[in-house]
Design a protein around this ligand. Structure first.
Ligand SMILES: [Zn+2]
Length: 257
């Protein structure tokens, strides 16, 4: 009986969502939802690095004189390490988006934590420094993901405004229109520099919207930059240690609790 109850309790602990989608929670946990320094707008990109699209974003950001945070997928970064290094070399920062693009509430217990550790280790290796930020796929934080992030010294960060750039019908204009109400001091903007989990070619809408988004912010007197400038105090407080990569880990491995 005890074993049954134990398993049930573990199952619940794994599945319990952090309810991060709810506006009241966002008010209670403003940092988790991305609310940062007033006068600054954080620019973030998810799902890369992707050799078909990410270099275009890097070129455009360079032209705009703008830096950003890239929440990368481990399986993408493993295949495109040189591109990951270029992101860092260009002055941007890498965050952790997971190893594969999974909803934390639909995977086996233990899998999210193992994949998060693996992705964070790879980001540390490629960037030459431990990552600070974690954004779960779909913005879904399970209890396991929260705990794993904490153990890895990562801070979960969602977003305050998104461009809805992942849809087949997205255009630069629709992306700008989706973001416009949220272009205010302290905002964290979510865009995608890859279409690996969304409609083919949808990244072009985000790329096309970038100049107008950055210009709109600057005309409103707002600085645009990466998360490290959104909360300048965070980096100094973060733990110095970091888990190493388990090179024998495979995506198909069953992970036990
Ligand atoms: Zn994503």
């Amino acid at each position: 009986m005890g074993a049954v109850l134990g398993a049930a309790a573990l199952g619940f602990a794994h599945a319990a969502p952090a309810a991060t989608w709810l506006p009241p929670v966002r008010r209670l946990l403003p940092r988790l939802s991305g609310v940062g320094t007033d006068g600054h707008v954080a620019l973030t990109f998810d799902d890369g690095p992707d050799p078909r699209s990410t270099p275009r974003f890097l070129d455009e950001l360079d032209r705009l004189g703008c830096r950003a945070t890239f929440f990368v997928l481990g399986e993408m970064l493993e295949r495109h390490r040189a591109l990951g290094r270029r992101i860092v070399r260009d002055g941007h920062e890498l965050g952790v988006h997971g190893w594969r693009h999974r909803n934390a509430l639909t995977v086996l217990p233990g899998r999210t934590a193992a994949e998060l550790r693996r992705a964070a280790g790879l980001v540390a290796e490629v960037a030459g420094a431990a990552p600070v930020w974690y954004r779960p796929p779909y913005g879904v934080l399970s209890a396991e993901a929260v705990l794993a992030a904490r153990r890895a010294g990562l801070r979960p960060v969602l977003w305050t405004a998104w461009g809805r750039d992942w849809t087949r019908s997205a255009t630069p204009g629709s992306v700008l229109a989706a973001l416009a109400p949220g272009l205010r001091g302290g905002a964290t903007l979510l865009l995608h520099d890859s279409d690996c989990t969304s409609a083919p070619g949808s990244w072009r809408a985000a790329l096309g919207a970038l100049p107008a988004v950055v210009t709109a912010c600057r005309e409103a007197g707002l600085r645009v930059g990466p998360l490290r400038d959104h909360w300048p105090d965070v980096r100094q407080r973060r733990p110095p240690t970091f888990p190493t990569i388990n090179r024998n880990f495979r995506n198909d491995d069953r992970v036990a609790l």
